[in-house]
Ligand binder design. Structure first.
Ligand code: DGT
Ligand code: CA
Ligand code: CA
Length: 572
């Protein structure tokens, strides 16, 4: 396939962006921008000119050096200098540079000072107040950047993983019913189990293509067919999500699944390794020259570049390729490692089901324990329980526990952290609990310093064992709070308070990046469903997904322990 002029221009522009961020000679930057413009505007295809052996340096502003680079791009599809630079400078910096209020110099500063390499990093730095602390970033500038980021956010709404899954289940059932279809897999961010997904990417193999393509666009939830060909189609469903489908020959099945699973930045890094070994990777396979040497399975593809299989959750180019190469990949936690749940509500506060129903559901899942964590009085909208009501619940738990073998309900509560950092229930009541879970639910907009002090004060209470949904974010609704998370992690590690990965798909808090940082800070972690019904206990798997994305093993998560071990590990 010939490289077109727009692709060449794009490579030159990207190269110029990264040069600019690197503070390269402005004349050099301008030369690449000019080349991008000349090539992009040319009515002659560079590929044709190269094939015809024409002199490219006859083009305005294109000297010998740039002509040679165009030729390289036409022949290889890549600009080696760009690939080289991208190993040192994160690609997303070039996108950040386009935000009003930011230019190459400031993007470089933020990268060096705060390690900001993505829109998410930048949003976080605004929320935590870190951006304001950088010289040259006053309140006005930060406000402008925030407005630009918010505008961007509403334009590209992402879907929560839990919602995406509810869309995927019936869609897959429908597609699997189509005649001649062999396999359907959801790739992309959904397969990597990101907390939100932009769109869905289906990889399909089939005996006959036509019925699949017809069937796909004929799905009854389709609102609009965006494109339709013989091997690919895109639709938008009525709920707004876009679904891309690719029909793949079976010999390419693993390569396609790998390619469309991404992430893009992971793919690019692995492709670079392949190139160094004289191989080419694309969605059809791994090639040495014209010969396909791998492609049927992902495992085969990894092996061809000398790597062990890397689970999709790790494919974010966050060190997994180096770890795989050095045999340092963690053995990731799995759902079946989880032995119990430490955060669940009953109808006594804002849940829907009884103690008995919650216990039955937990036992059906094979758990050894379930902590009942109804709210404390402060959360009036959730009918928080006072000391008397809690003690009545503890008595009911004792009665139920007497009838269980190999299972125990744990007496607990989700105790509110008050505005001044004290807890919402007296120590005497906390002392009667098997486990104490503390959480923030109000005054979430305190300035970072105050919020941090509030949480640290709560962690000072020696009865507190778990900090629930530590950043208080609600996906797509409420950003995480402003606080110095690093200080909170350090304090939790030092005091032996476990941090929760809340598995509710509206929360997923801690998220993947924070959970990884928490472990690195020496914190213990738990994964909890925050179920508000018996069915809600099944949300556990979303938490496990995020734990895997955080590189966690079974040994990093306390509720993989049997009851005795758990209670010992939670002790301060
Ligand atoms: P999303 O949909 O925003 O949550 O994120 P993804 O990762 O699902 O991204 P999407 O849907 O744009 O593309 C699906 C995968 O296809 C992506 O993870 C990697 C692959 N892919 C897409 N575009 C490119 C590309 O230009 N180069 C490479 N190497 N891979 C790409
Ligand atoms: Ca996607
Ligand atoms: Ca897509």
């Amino acid at each position: 396939m010939a490289v077109d002029n727009a692709e060449i221009a794009e490579l030159f522009n990207r190269y110029a962006d990264l040069l600019e961020i690197q503070d390269a000679n402005p004349f050099r930057v301008r030369a690449y921008r000019n080349a991008a413009r000349v090539v992009g505007a040319s009515s002659r295809s560079m590929s044709d000119l190269v094939a015809a052996g024409s002199d490219l340096d006859a083009l305005p502003g294109i000297g010998k050096d740039l002509a040679a680079k165009i030729e390289t791009i036409v022949r290889t599809g890549a600009l080696p200098q760009l690939a080289q630079l991208e190993t040192r400078v994160p690609r997303a910096l070039a996108d950040l540079m386009r935000l009003p209020g930011l230019g190459p110099r400031r993007v470089r500063l933020l990268y060096n000072e705060l390690g900001i390499r993505s829109f998410e990093d930048l949003k976080r730095a605004i929320r935590t107040g870190a951006l304001l602390a950088v010289p040259g970033f006053g309140a006005r500038t930060v406000q402008r950047i925030k407005a630009a980021l918010d505008g961007r956010g509403t334009a590209t709404q992402r879907f929560k993983l839990g919602d995406a899954e509810q869309i995927v289940v019936p869609l897959l059932a429908y597609l699997r019913g189509i005649e001649g279809i062999k396999t359907v897999t959801v790739a992309g961010s959904f397969r990597r189990r990101r907390d939100t997904v932009g769109d869905l990417d289906l990889v399909v193999t089939a005996r006959h293509g036509a019925p699949v393509m017809r069937g796909f666009v004929g799905y009854d939830a389709v609102a609009e067919v965006l494109s339709q060909g013989t091997t690919r189609a895109s639709v938008r469903l009525r709920n707004g999500i876009q679904v891309d489908l690719r029909l793949i020959p079976e010999v390419s099945c693993g390569a396609a699944l790998y390619y469309f699973t991404g992430s893009k930045s992971h793919n690019i890094a692995v492709r670079r390794i392949a190139v160094a070994r004289g191989l080419k990777i694309n969605e059809y396979g791994v090639y040495r020259g014209e010969r396909r040497i791998a492609g049927r399975s992902e495992k085969e593809l990894f092996a061809s570049v000398g790597l062990p299989y890397i689970p999709p959750e790790l494919r974010e180019n966050r060190g997994e390729i180096e770890a795989a190469r050095d045999g340092r990949l963690p053995t990731l936690i799995e759902l079946r490692d989880v032995r119990g749940d430490l955060h669940a509500h009953t109808a006594a506060s804002d849940g829907h089901d009884s103690l008995q129903a919650m216990a039955d559901a937990a036992r059906t899942l094979g758990y050894g324990y379930l902590a009942i964590t109804d709210h404390s009085p402060q959360v009036r909208v959730a009918h928080g329980l006072d000391a008397r009501a809690l003690r009545a619940q503890f008595a009911a738990i004792d009665r139920l526990n007497a009838g269980f073998k190999d299972f125990r309900l744990l007496k607990s509560a989700e105790v509110d952290i008050l505005a001044d950092g004290r807890l919402d229930l007296p120590d005497a009541v906390l002392a009667e609990m098997d486990v104490v879970v503390a959480a923030l639910h109000y005054r979430l907009g305190l300035p970072a310093g105050k919020q941090t002090a509030r949480v640290l004060k709560a962690l000072d209470n020696r009865r507190v064992q778990i900090l629930a949904h530590p950043t208080t974010r609600l996906i797509n609704e409420r950003p995480e709070f402003s606080a110095q998370l690093g200080e909170i992690f350090a304090a939790a590690a030092e005091r032996g308070v476990a941090l929760e990965i809340n598995a509710h798909p509206d929360r997923l808090d801690l998220d993947d990046i924070h959970a990884r940082a928490a472990r690195e800070a020496g914190c213990k972690l738990v994964i909890s469903s925050d179920a508000h019904s018996a069915a809600g206990l099944a949300n556990m798997r979303f938490g496990v997904d995020q734990a895997r994305r955080a590189w966690l093993s079974r040994g990093d998560v306390l509720n993989t322990l049997p009851l005795d071990g758990l209670l010992r590990a939670l002790r301060r």
